[in-house]
Design a binder for this molecule. Structure first.
Ligand code: HEC
Ligand code: HEC
Length: 270
């Protein structure tokens, strides 16, 4: 092999030859796998593990900054509600995000093994989130076109997401009932326009002829589908696993309650 980067008989030359040998042997298969294949392999691996919810609570500390300690996200939809989502869906989304099979630049660094950990931690945090109670006061749409929304939902969404929007654990089909309206809109449009790489091709096909009015109506209707009462937390619930947590201000959240008055200034020295 003749290349000006690898003069014969020198150390760089040897290193180059080594790299040429090593690439096809070691890295080859990994490079050949697409993000979707890498994510799928991790999904299968994680689903086979036995989750440890207590460890999941510890892993969740990193996530709480954005998704809030309750996993309720923010009503303006900047951060989705992930509490009460199906375990298989959370695992699939985490595997997709970290394999870059779903773009999420904000969260991507936190999804990497260096911070989130390996497959066991993914299994644990997913199990922890799936059993958290859900927000009874999620962000909803304007409520002006719900009859149309109900009709569009029945004709186009029930067969996959279910008549109550509860999804399907076996098929890792997301629960969409009670999700924040703005988040539903953002995902729906990303799926429609092909920007969400991991979207379901059959769903893309199903929704491609929607008018903007039908789209907003069906998502408004979806945001108002109530998860079963026993899955909902009381309004304003604070996660007791995060006692003493200092809630950072977040978009769409009520302003923080005023804290204790500042301590009096020390007396000035004469
Ligand atoms: C820096 C903020 C941030 C952190 C930290 C973060 N996330 Fe996210 N997460 C987001 C945002 C923003 C989205 C939605 C992105 C979009 O609109 O596509 C999201 C989406 C998700 C989704 C997909 C939800 C759905 O229904 O589609 C899951 C699951 C998730 N996050 C879990 C986690 C877990 C578990 C952690 C901790 C390991 C975590 N996130 C840490 C910001 C964050
Ligand atoms: C053919 C089955 C199918 C149909 C029909 C379908 N969906 Fe989906 N949908 C899916 C699947 C599968 C996903 C998850 C893809 C993935 O990320 O793995 C999804 C994802 C979504 C998401 C993103 C959820 C999240 O948490 O990120 C929304 C919102 C959504 N669908 C809304 C709808 C609505 C509203 C309708 C009806 C107008 C609909 N879908 C029809 C299969 C379907």
């Amino acid at each position: 092999m003749k290349t000006r980067f690898a003069p014969k008989g020198t150390w760089p030359g040897l290193a180059w030859a080594g790299l040429c040998l090593w690439l096809p042997l070691g890295m080859g298969p990994a490079l050949a796998s697409s993000p979707a294949e890498i994510a799928h392999a991790e999904y299968e691996e994680v689903m086979a593990l036995t989750p440890d919810i207590d460890n999941g609570r510890k892993v969740y500390i990193t996530c709480a900054v954005c998704h809030r300690p309750e996993g309720w996200g923010t009503p303006d939809g900047t951060y989705p509600q992930i509490a009460g989502q199906l375990r298989s869906v959370i695992i699939k989304q985490l595997a997709d995000i970290r394999a870059r099979n779903r773009d999420n630049p904000l969260m991507y660094p936190f999804s990497l093994p260096r911070i989130l950990g390996g497959p066991q931690n993914v299994a644990d945090v997913a199990a922890y989130l799936a059993q958290l109670p859900m927000n009874p006061q999620n962000g909803v749409g304007p409520g002006t076109d719900l009859e149309l929304g109900a009709r569009v939902y029945k004709e186009n969404c029930v067969k996959c997401h279910g008549d109550q929007g509860l999804g399907d654990e076996q098929e890792h089909l997301p629960a969409i009932a009670g999700q924040h309206f703005n988040y539903l809109v953002r995902q729906f449009q990303a799926i429609r326009d092909g920007r969400r790489k991991n979207s379901d091709p059959k769903m893309v096909e199903q929704i491609k002829g929607f008018s903007p009015r039908e789209e907003l109506a069906v998502l408004d209707f979806t945001s108002r589908l109530r998860p079963p009462a026993e899955r909902l937390g009381p309004p304003g619930w604070r996660n007791p696993d995060f006692q003493g947590y200092v809630y950072p201000p977040a978009p769409g959240m009520p302003p923080p309650e005023p804290g204790p008055a500042a301590p009096p200034a020390p007396p000035a020295r004469p």
